[in-house]
Design a protein. Structure first.
Lengths: 519, 293, 307
C-alpha cells in the first residue's frame, strides 16, 4: 500500500501550514492518534487492543512474532521444548537492561510469571498461560517452565504482549504500577501518562531488538513517541493533514480518497488474527435448534454486506480461526460453512416450526465502532427477507462480553445472537471460547470438550493440524461459531508523507522503532 | 422560575377566549404554534408524506446530495434522509409525550404529597426533590441510563426522572397557594376525606397550571433525549431518531454534511417551536410578564 | 446571617449524604449480577472465585452494613478501582476535574458577557426591532442542541479550515468547546437579564432619577445595571451547575479530557466504581458551587442578610 514519496510541494505546503498554525513538538516526536486510550499499562489487567498496543512499546517479550505471525527468539536467545512437551526452557540474551537501569535476568522473568499466575490477583488472561505447574530460574539466564499437561499454544504466547516481561522493581511501585509508572525493557520508556489524553514515551537508549521484524536493532530512531487519544475519526484525519499528527486510524468512508492522496499513505494490517463471527444464545429457543442457527448463516449474504460496509477493506473469513493463524484453511472451511442461500434458510426455519405466523424474533448485538453497526443494519435487512425479525443493540465490548454470558445463563426472555470479535495467535482460542464452561458459558458438549482437550495437549504440528481441522468442521457444521470477516477492528493506519519506517507487526501491533519524521 | 407560573389563575370561559386572541396576537407564539402543528401533522401523516420507507436501503445512490428526488439527500445505505427525518418526528413526539408524561405524573404525585401533607413529610419529600434538582438533568439522566442500560425506552424514562423535580417543585408551590384559598378550608370544615379533597378539589385547580408547565418542559425533554441518543445511550440503529442520525452522520461529514445537518435542523426547529409556544402561553397566563411588552 | 449560613451548609451536607446512599445502592438496582459484570473481562473466572469476590466486596452482608463499609472507605478517600484496567477511581477523577472546571468557567464568562450585553441592550431598547432580533437570537441559541452546534463548529473550524488544532492541549483547544457551551447558555442569561433590567427600569427610583435629570449614562450604570444584575448573579450560580452538566456532552464532542468524557466512558463500560465515584464528586462540586453562590448572594443583597 505504500506509495513512493513524491510531490514535495504538497509536503512543503503542509509542513509550512503546520509550522504556522500548530506549536511544533520536537521535530523527532512521533505523534500517533487512536480513537481511545489504553485501559492500563499493567499487561495483566486488560484485554483490549488499545492496551496491548501500548504495552508493545514499553515492554518486550521473550519471543517475538515475525511478519507472518510465527514466534522466534527475542529476549530469549533460544528456547527448547522437551520431547514430552512438559517442559520449556528459555535461555536469555546477555546484557538486557530495565528502564530503571537495573539488569534484566531470570528473576524478572520468574517475577512476571509468578505475578500473572498468583492466586490473589492473577492476570485476567491467566488461563491462556496454560497448565503451568512450576517456573524456576536455576541461573541468571535460564528459565524452566514445567506443565501438568503438554500445552501447544505456550510458545506463541511468549511472543504476545499479554506475556510482556516486567522488571521485578515494579513490585516496589505498589498501586502506581500500571497507572503512573511501568518499568519494562521495551523500545520506549514511560515519561508520563495523562489518562484519556496521551501516553508520552521516550526512546530507550539501552534497547536491543533481537527478534522484531524491523531494521533498527537498537534505540528507536525518533526521540519520543506520543500516543494521543482523538476519538473523532474526521478530526484525526484533519490533524494528519495539518501535520499535527503523524499516524492515525482514518474514517472508513475516507479511505478511497486517502488512496488517491499522495500526501498520505494508507497501511492495512495483515495477519491480525482477528476473527469476526456470529455466535448464538443456545440456552433457549430458537437458537437451541441447530436448524435455526443454520438458517441465519444461510440467510446472510456476507459478501454483499462486506462490499457495502467496507468496500474491499476487509476479507471474507470462512474459518473460526483467522487467516494467518495455524490451521486456517479457507477451502477446507468453505466445505463446512453454510453459504448464502435464502431459500434453504426459509426451508430450515419452516422445518423448525417458524414461519410468517410465528417468526423468529431476536436481538442482534455487537460492539461499538469499526463499521459494525453498518454490518448489522445490512444483516437486519437481509434477515427480514427470510422472515427473521431482529432489533439491534450496540454496546461497549466489555458490556457485550458480560451481556453474552448473561444471556447464555438465562433460560427465558427474548433470545439473542451477536457479532463478536476475537484476536488470537493460536487455535487455542477455540478452547477458551468453546470448552466448557467457555468464555461466555455458551455452546458446549462432552464431544467438543474432548476434541478441544486433544487439540490443546497435542504438540506435534501434523497431528495438531488434523485436530484443529476437525474442531473447525464441527463448529461450522453445527453453526456454533459462524465466521464472517477479518480483520475486524483498528486495522487501518494512515501516515503522513513525511513519516518513514512505519511497520505494523503481526496481530495488529505497530512497531515504531524504525519511524523517522523526515523534513 | 416557578414564581411566574404558580400565580397562574384558572381562566374562566370568556377570559379564556380573550386570552387566546391575545395569544394569537403574539407573533412568536403563532410561529411556535405553526411549527408544532407542522410537526404533529408530519408525524400523523408520515406514511403519506415520506416518499420512501425510512429503512429502505438503496432508495437512491449512497451519500447523494439533496436534490428534488431526495430533498435531504441520502445516507451511507442510500436511505432517503427526508423520509427518515419525517418518520423521526414520530419518535420525537413519542419521546416528548412519554418523558414529559412520566415527569408530570411523578412530579405531580410528589408535589401533591409534599404540599398537602405538610409537616415532616413535606420537609423530607421536598428536600429530596431539591437534592435531585441540584444535579441538573444531564447528570440525572446519565445516572438513570447507567442503571437501566442504554435504549430508547430507557432514555425516555431517564429524561422523565431527570426533569421530574421541576414539575414537583411547581406543583408543590401551586398546592400551597390552593391551600390558602377559601374553598379549601370549607371542604376541610365540611369533613371531606384527604383523598376527596386532593382529587376533587386541589387536582382540578392545579391541572391547568401543570399542563402549561408541561408545554414548557417539552423542549427540555426533547433536547435531553436527543443528547442521550447522540452519545449512543438512547435510540439504536437503524432507528430514524434524530439524535442518533446526527451522531451516525459524523464520520461522513466531509463527504455528506447533509447527514448531520438535516436531523440537527429538525431538532433545533422543533425545540424552537415548543419554546415559542411555551413562552406565548406563559405570557398569556402571567400578566406581570405581559405588562412588560 | 449566621442562621442563614448554618441552614445552607446543613442543606449542602444533607444533599451529599443522600447522594452517598443513592450511590451505594446503585450497585443493587442495576439489572444483572454486578460481580459478573465487573469480571466479564477476566477469562475463566470460576463461580467459586466470583463468590469469593462477592464476600470480599461485602455483597453478602446486610444492606446497612454494606453502606457502613462503603462510607468507611469513601471517608478514607478510597473510591476503589475501575473495572477496566484497575485504575484508582479518585485519582482518575481528580486528574480530570481541573479540565472540566476550566471549561465550565470559561464558558460561563462567555455566556455571561454575551448574555448580559444582549439582555441589557434588549431591555433598554425594549419593544424595538433591536429587542426583537436579540431575543430571537437568544431563543435560537437556547433551542439549538449543543452537541450539534459543537460538531458543526468542530468540523468547520478545526477540520475543514484547520484554524485550530484538533488534538491540542493548550488554550486553543479550549476555544471551540467553550464557545459552544457559552453560546448555548448565553440565551438563558440574556432573557433573564432583559426581564430583570425591565423590572428595574420600571421602578420608581429610576423614574425619579430620570426626573431629577441625572445623566442617562449614570442612571444606566449606577442604578439599573447594578441593581438588575443581582438576580443575574444568582442565576449564574445555577448556570454554572448547568454548565457542568452541559460540559459532559460538550467534552465528548471535542474530546476535552474532563470528567464528563470519563463519565460517558464509564457508563458505556458499565464501570460501576467509576460511575459511583463520578456521581459523588459531581455532587460535592455542585453543592459547593451552590453554597458559594448563596453566600455571594447574601453579600450582594442585604435583604437576605436580614431574613
Amino acid at each position: 500500500m505504500r506509495k513512493s514519496l513524491r510531490r514535495m510541494a504538497t509536503a512543503a505546503l503542509t509542513a509550512t501550514t503546520a509550522a504556522v498554525l500548530v506549536a511544533p513538538a520536537f521535530a523527532s516526536d512521533i505523534i500517533w492518534a487512536r480513537y481511545g486510550d489504553s485501559d492500563t499499562l499493567d499487561p495483566h489487567a486488560s484485554t483490549t487492543t488499545l492496551s496491548m498496543q501500548s504495552w508493545r512499546q514499553i515492554y518486550d517479550t521473550l519471543l517475538a512474532f515475525d511478519e507472518n505471525g510465527a514466534p522466534r527468539p527475542n529476549m530469549a536467545k533460544s528456547y527448547e521444548v522437551s520431547d514430552d512437551g512438559m517442559t520449556v526452557t528459555f535461555s536469555l540474551q546477555d546484557g538486557l537492561m530495565c528502564h530503571d537501569g537495573t539488569p534484566f535476568d531470570s528473576t524478572d522473568v520468574k517475577y512476571t510469571f509468578d505475578r500473572a499466575l498468583s492466586d490473589d490477583s492473577p492476570s485476567i488472561t491467566k488461563s491462556a498461560w496454560g497448565p503451568i505447574s512450576s517456573v524456576d530460574a536455576p541461573d541468571a539466564s535460564t528459565i524452566v517452565v514445567k506443565f501438568d499437561t503438554p500445552f501447544g499454544a505456550f510458545v506463541p504466547f511468549m511472543a504476545d504482549p499479554f506475556s510482556s516481561m516486567l522488571c521485578d522493581t515494579n513490585e516496589a511501585l505498589g498501586d502506581a504500577f500500571g497507572s503512573t509508572a511501568a518499568i519494562g525493557t521495551g523500545p520506549w520508556k514511560l515519561d508520563e501518562w495523562v489518562k484519556g489524553d496521551r501516553i508520552v514515551l521516550s526512546a530507550n537508549p539501552d534497547y536491543k531488538n533481537f527478534g522484531h521484524p524491523v531494521e533498527n536493532k537498537g534505540k528507536p530512531y525518533s526521540d519520543r513517541l506520543i500516543i494521543r487519544t482523538v476519538p473523532e475519526a474526521q478530526t484525526r484525519l484533519a490533524g494528519l493533514r495539518t501535520g499535527e499528527l503523524h499516524i492515525v486510524e482514518p474514517p472508513l468512508e475516507e479511505v478511497a480518497a486517502i488512496k488517491e492522496d499522495s500526501s498520505m499513505d494508507l497501511h492495512i494490517a495483515e495477519a491480525t488474527g482477528q476473527d469476526v463471527f456470529f455466535e448464538f444464545t443456545i440456552s433457549r429457543p430458537p437458537f437451541n435448534d441447530e436448524r435455526v442457527r443454520q438458517a441465519i448463516a444461510h440467510g446472510v449474504d456476507v459478501d454483499m454486506a462486506l462490499d457495502i460496509a467496507f468496500q474491499g477493506l476487509v476479507q471474507r473469513e470462512k474459518c473460526p480461526i483467522a487467516q494467518g493463524v495455524f490451521g486456517n484453511d479457507q477451502e477446507f472451511c468453505a466445505e463446512h460453512l453454510a453459504s448464502y442461500d435464502p431459500e434453504k434458510a426459509k426451508a430450515l426455519l419452516a422445518e423448525a416450526g417458524y414461519g410468517p405466523d410465528n417468526p423468529v424474533d431476536v436481538t442482534m448485538m455487537t460492539w461499538t465502532g469499526g463499521g459494525r453497526e453498518r454490518m448489522l443494519q445490512i444483516f437486519q435487512n437481509q434477515l427480514a427477507q427470510i422472515g427473521v425479525k431482529t432489533n439491534i443493540e450496540i454496546m461497549d465490548i466489555g458490556t457485550l462480553n458480560a451481556r453474552v454470558k448473561q444471556e447464555n445463563e438465562k433460560t427465558e426472555g427474548k433470545s439473542t445472537f451477536d457479532m463478536m470479535g476475537w484476536s488470537w495467535y493460536d487455535p487455542d482460542i477455540l478452547y477458551q471460547l468453546w470448552h466448557s464452561p467457555g468464555a461466555y458459558s455458551g455452546y458446549n458438549t462432552p464431544e467438543l470438550d474432548a476434541m478441544l482437550e486433544d487439540m490443546r495437549s497435542t504438540v506435534d504440528p501434523d497431528a495438531r493440524l488434523e485436530i484443529v481441522k476437525q474442531v473447525n468442521a464441527y463448529l461450522l457444521e453445527k453453526a456454533i461459531h459462524v465466521p464472517l470477516y477479518t480483520p475486524g477492528w483498528m486495522w487501518l493506519y494512515v501516515t503522513a508523507q513525511d513519516v518513514d519506517g512505519f511497520v505494523i507487526g503481526a496481530f495488529d501491533q505497530p512497531l515504531l522503532m524504525d519511524v523517522k519524521i523526515t523534513d | 422560575m416557578s414564581d411566574q407560573t404558580v400565580t397562574a389563575p384558572v381562566p374562566a370561559a370568556s377570559a379564556a377566549s380573550a386570552k387566546f386572541r391575545q395569544f394569537l396576537g403574539n407573533r412568536g407564539a403563532t410561529v411556535g404554534l405553526v411549527i408544532v402543528a407542522v410537526l404533529v401533522v408530519t408525524a400523523a401523516f408520515a406514511p403519506w408524506i415520506a416518499p420512501y420507507d425510512p429503512q429502505m436501503m438503496g432508495a437512491g445512490p449512497r451519500l447523494t446530495a439533496p436534490s428534488f428526488s431526495h430533498l435531504f439527500g441520502t445516507d451511507e445505505f442510500g436511505r432517503d434522509l427526508f423520509s427518515r427525518v419525517v418518520y423521526g418526528s414520530r419518535l420525537t413526539l413519542m419521546i416528548a409525550a412519554i418523558a414529559v408524561g412520566i415527569a408530570l405524573a411523578v412530579g405531580l404525585t410528589i408535589g401533591l404529597i409534599g404540599g398537602y401533607a405538610g409537616g415532616w413529610i413535606e420537609r423530607i419529600v421536598m428536600r429530596l426533590v431539591d437534592v435531585v434538582f441540584s444535579f441538573t438533568e444531564t447528570l440525572i439522566a446519565l445516572a438513570a441510563v447507567a442503571v437501566l442500560g442504554p435504549s430508547l425506552q430507557n432514555a425516555m424514562i431517564a429524561v422523565g426522572i431527570a426533569t421530574m423535580p421541576f414539575y414537583a417543585r411547581i406543583c408543590y408551590a401551586t398546592v400551597l397557594v390552593e391551600k390558602n384559598k377559601p374553598y379549601f378550608e370549607a371542604s376541610v370544615a365540611a369533613g371531606a376525606g384527604h383523598f376527596r379533597i386532593v382529587l376533587l378539589h386541589i387536582l382540578p385547580n392545579i391541572l391547568p397550571t401543570m399542563v402549561v408547565v408541561a408545554t414548557l418542559g417539552v423542549s427540555t425533554a426533547i433536547l435531553a433525549a436527543a443528547g442521550l441518543s447522540f452519545l449512543g445511550l438512547g435510540a439504536q440503529p437503524p432507528s430514524p431518531e434524530w439524535g442518533w442520525m446526527l451522531s451516525a452522520g459524523r464520520d461522513y461529514f466531509s463527504r455528506a454534511p447533509w447527514m448531520m445537518i438535516a436531523p440537527g435542523v429538525a431538532i433545533a426547529a422543533t425545540v424552537l417551536g415548543f419554546n415559542l409556544l411555551g413562552d406565548g402561553i406563559r405570557e398569556v397566563l402571567d400578566p406581570r410578564q405581559t405588562a412588560r411588552r | 446571617m449566621r442562621r442563614y449560613l448554618v441552614q445552607r451548609i446543613a442543606a449542602a451536607l444533607l444533599t451529599v449524604w443522600v447522594t452517598t446512599i443513592a450511590v451505594a445502592m446503585l450497585i443493587h438496582i442495576v439489572p444483572g449480577d454486578p460481580v459478573q459484570i465487573m469480571y466479564a473481562q477476566s477469562q475463566g473466572t470460576t463461580p467459586e472465585q466470583l463468590e469469593e469476590i462477592r464476600t470480599r466486596l461485602g455483597l453478602n452482608e446486610p444492606v446497612w452494613k454494606q453502606y457502613a463499609m462503603f462510607m468507611g472507605r469513601i471517608l478514607q478517600g478510597d473510591f476503589g478501582q475501575t473495572i477496566r484496567g484497575k485504575q484508582p477511581v479518585l485519582d482518575l477523577l481528580i486528574g480530570r476535574l481541573p479540565n472540566t472546571l476550566l471549561l465550565a468557567s470559561v464558558s460561563l464568562v462567555i455566556a455571561a458577557v454575551i448574555g448580559i450585553v444582549f439582555g441589557f441592550i434588549a431591555a433598554y431598547r425594549r419593544g424595538t426591532a433591536v429587542d426583537t432580533s436579540l431575543m430571537i437570537i437568544a431563543l435560537v441559541g437556547v433551542s439549538m442542541p449543543h452537541f450539534w452546534l459543537g460538531l458543526i463548529l468542530l468540523f468547520v473550524f478545526a477540520v475543514n479550515l484547520a484554524w485550530l488544532p484538533v488534538a491540542g492541549t493548550d488554550w486553543r483547544s479550549l476555544v471551540l468547546p467553550a464557545i459552544t457551551l457559552g453560546v448555548a447558555n448565553a440565551g438563558i442569561i440574556a432573557r433573564l437579564t432583559r426581564s430583570s433590567m425591565i423590572d428595574i427600569l420600571d421602578q420608581d427610583f429610576v423614574r425619579t432619577a430620570r426626573a431629577k435629570g441625572l445623566k442617562r449614562g449614570t442612571i444606566l450604570y449606577r442604578h439599573v445595571l447594578l441593581a438588575g444584575l443581582i438576580p443575574v448573579v444568582t442565576m449564574l450560580g445555577l448556570q454554572f451547575t448547568y454548565m457542568l452538566g452541559g460540559a459532559i456532552v460538550v467534552e465528548n464532542v471535542f474530546a476535552w479530557n474532563g470528567i464528563g468524557r470519563l463519565a460517558i466512558q464509564a457508563i458505556f463500560q458499565r464501570d460501576y466504581p467509576l460511575i459511583q465515584g463520578f456521581i459523588l464528586v459531581f455532587a460535592v462540586l455542585v453543592v459547593t458551587v451552590s453554597l458559594l453562590m448563596d453566600l455571594l448572594y447574601a453579600v450582594l443583597d442585604p435583604r437576605v442578610r436580614l431574613s
